[in-house]
Design a protein around this ligand. Structure first.
Ligand code: HEM
Length: 458
């Protein structure tokens, strides 16, 4: 490890020669965007679990491996804050979203928002979701190079319109497309180079600023209707929770809604895309899952979808290989220490759980798609408490985890009941990593209508 630590004083010093790029501002950004996992592996093997990284024009401390990630996520000394970390990447667009709040304020909001994710509410979301998933997916027109990623992205946005917002009856024609674009702009701004918080249309940051305004206006117009006629949607639930507690005002309902939509949309799309990709390469597992899903009716309840054991294994394995959120942002609010390396207050920190998912120290043949590794007999994820952490850990652990499980499995199960598909074994999608990872080519799959007679005979 080449981090220079004076053993007597434990003073944090930059590693000897971590910079690989000759462009001083770009630093390792291009290397990361090209291949996040190789960058993480190289750093971990070369510099160890704590090292410096020049990313997006700032120096970050990279935390790699489950031990280092655990310290930042469990945060026993309250040294790592989310707001000033994530705020640097997505701050103005996801202003005051739960993930960007810290300490007492975060605890207060989290307790309130948990009410919108209790079991009876989740069962209600599932009741809304199931028929929409069924009608949306069954209407797909399959083909030999069907671009699964944009199709899923558009489908999950349609679902969000109903299950998050309770339908968009107030939306004007074409407005939902503009809402979608506004989201995309807000998420893409995470890596905008020109960080000027003004509506300058030519910059990512500028487009996201304009997008945020559009989202605020859209939700503010819908809020009175959701409050007056609450349904089984998340927006209604938040209004009810806010009104019952008196602890969240209308502005913050809108802030939390924008954040929830963002937190849910790309992550769920990415998860289902990864499952489709892996099952398109492993036709035996595809068939295994299909047989269990065919036993479900077209509108499974939450309890029914949770019982499909193989879907659960496949989802865990897809999240291990392709975590939708490979890096989590923090900033230190006091001097602290990680595995013997001192980190000063005010330092940006990149917690990188993705690497832990691929380390052979914790997983057998980590690059192989092997859902059984999560079976009760093997439970490889127990090799370290933080070996598998696609939903994060500690007080900021994903609040929508059960929701995400339910929605992703409902969508995959509908796909399995209507279609069969394959991708060439030698095909690896070209990933864009300049925001949350996604396949730049839309991930073409050979999607065919399911021959039900053959499927039942298997
Ligand atoms: C498979 C899909 C998803 C993945 C992989 C995922 C991942 C994550 C991760 C890693 C965090 C922690 C961030 C941090 O510590 O800095 C997080 C936080 C969060 N997620 Fe998710 N998420 C997913 C889906 C969802 C959905 C569907 C929702 C809402 C319906 C949601 C709501 C949230 C919220 C509210 C937080 C902030 C929690 C807090 O700070 O207390 N997520 N998510």
């Amino acid at each position: 490890m080449s981090i220079a630590v004076d053993p007597r004083e434990k003073i944090y010093q930059p590693p000897a020669a971590p910079l690989t790029s000759y462009l001083p501002v770009v630093g390792q950004t291009l290397e990361y965007v090209d291949s996040p996992l190789s960058t993480m592996f190289r750093r971990y093997r070369q510099y160890g679990p704590v090292s410096e990284l020049n990313f997006l024009g700032r120096t970050w401390t990279a935390l790699l491996g489950p031990d280092a990630c655990q310290i930042a996520l469990q945060n026993p000394e309250k040294a790592f804050a989310n707001g000033p970390g994530w705020g640097y990447l997505v701050g103005p667009f996801f202003d005051r979203g739960l993930m960007l709040l810290d300490f007492d304020e975060h605890k207060h909001y989290r307790q309130l928002m948990q009410e919108a994710f209790v079991r009876p509410r989740l069962e209600g979301y599932a009741r809304t979701l199931a028929p929409l998933v069924e009608s949306g997916i069954s209407a797909w027109k399959p083909g030999p190079a069907f671009q699964i990623y944009p199709a899923l992205k558009s489908h999950t946005l349609d679902l969000a319109t109903d299950v998050f917002m309770g339908g968009a009856e107030l939306a004007e024609p074409g407005e939902l497309e503009r809402v979608n674009e506004a989201f995309v702009d807000c998420v893409l701004a995470a890596n905008g180079w020109l960080r000027i918080n003004k509506p300058m249309p030519l910059t990512k940051w500028g487009r996201a600023t304009r997008g945020r305004r559009l989202l605020e206006d859209f939700l503010r117009r819908h809020l009175p209707a959701r409050r007056a006629n609450p349904g089984e949607d998340l927006f209604s639930a938040l209004c009810q929770v806010a009104d019952a507690s008196g602890g969240i005002d209308d502005d913050d309902i809108i802030n939390q809604m924008i954040f929830l939509l963002m937190a849910a949309h790309d992550t769920t799309t990415s998860t289902v895309t990864s499952m489709v990709y892996e099952l398109g390469r492993d036709l035996q597992w595809q068939e295994r899952c299909r047989q269990q899903c065919l036993e479900l009716g077209p509108n499974p309840t939450m309890a029914e979808i949770e019982k499909v054991a193989d879907l659960d294994l496949v989802m865990k394995e897809a999240l291990r290989l392709h975590p939708p959120v490979p890096v989590l942002a923090r900033r230190t609010v006091k001097d602290t220490e990680v595995l013997g390396v001192r980190i000063p207050a005010g330092q940006l920190v990149a917690v990188m759980p993705m690497l832990s998912h691929h380390l052979p120290e914790y997983w057998s043949d980590p690059e192989i798609f092997d859902p059984e590794r999560f079976s009760d007999e093997r439970r490889e994820d127990k090799s370290h408490r933080f070996a598998w952490e696609p939903f994060g850990g500690g007080v900021h652990k994903c609040l929508g985890m059960i929701f995400a499980n339910m929605e992703s499995k409902l969508v995959l199960s509908a796909l399995l009941r209507h279609f069969e598909w394959s991708v060439p074994l030698d095909y690896t999608p070209p990933m864009r990593n300049d925001s949350l990872p996604y396949p730049a080519d839309g991930l073409p799959v050979d999607l065919r209508p399911l021959d039900r007679n053959r499927a039942r005979a298997n």
